[in-house]
Design a protein around this ligand. Structure first.
Ligand SMILES: [Zn+2]
Length: 187
């Protein structure tokens, strides 16, 4: 029996519960109307650290929880859906969570990064930018990146957090702001 067999067994048990009966069909609004962007690291699973239940939030994960073109493309589509399919609903709030001891920090390892970039012909400088070494700083930078992105609807409130994998505590490092707030202060 492999580990995946064990997971399939867990699925059968899950299917016997009523969790699946509590989620609406599309178009729908997540129960907590939240959109979380965080790292793929299994130690920072939002289902655990935020106690998210099925249907509570949209969760996007990549290495580091960084704002990438792929993240922006998904957000653009979700915003477009919201405007067209659920125009009367409240907008979701978006949380960017970066964490301590992040494996993306290894993008700062010159030897490791350069050999990887060469191997797959990736942009070495762009990879260096993905490193999360100070989660508070990069979370704030990515909040600013989202607030500058036209793909994000002006009504979406974006906030940033640093998660400490030793204490389990999530700290806010960028208060919620919308692109509309930003546009209002831009001369
Ligand atoms: Zn990570």
């Amino acid at each position: 029996m492999t580990n995946l067999d064990t997971l399939l067994k867990r699925n059968r048990a899950f299917a016997q519960t009523d969790a699946k009966d509590k989620v609406p069909a599309i178009p729908f609004i997540p129960n907590m109307q939240a959109y979380v962007l965080t790292c793929i690291d299994p130690r920072v699973d939002p289902a655990n650290i935020l106690e998210l239940q099925l249907g509570d939030a949209i969760v996007a994960r990549n290495i580091g929880g960084r704002v990438t073109d792929a993240v922006l493309a998904d957000l653009a589509w979700v915003c477009h859906l919201h405007e067209n399919k659920t125009p009367d609903a409240d907008w979701f709030e978006l949380a960017i969570i970066h964490h301590t001891d992040c494996g993306s920090g290894l993008f700062a390892d010159d030897e490791l990064r350069c050999s990887f970039a060469t191997r797959h012909d990736y942009d070495e400088a762009a990879l260096r930018e993905l490193a999360v070494l100070e989660p508070a700083r990069t979370a704030r930078a990515d909040v600013n990146a989202l607030l500058a992105a036209p793909q994000v609807a002006p009504q979406v409130a974006v906030s940033g957090y640093a998660y400490d994998i030793e204490t389990g505590v999530l700290s806010q490092v960028a208060a919620p702001r919308t692109r509309a707030d930003n546009l209002a202060v831009t001369p």
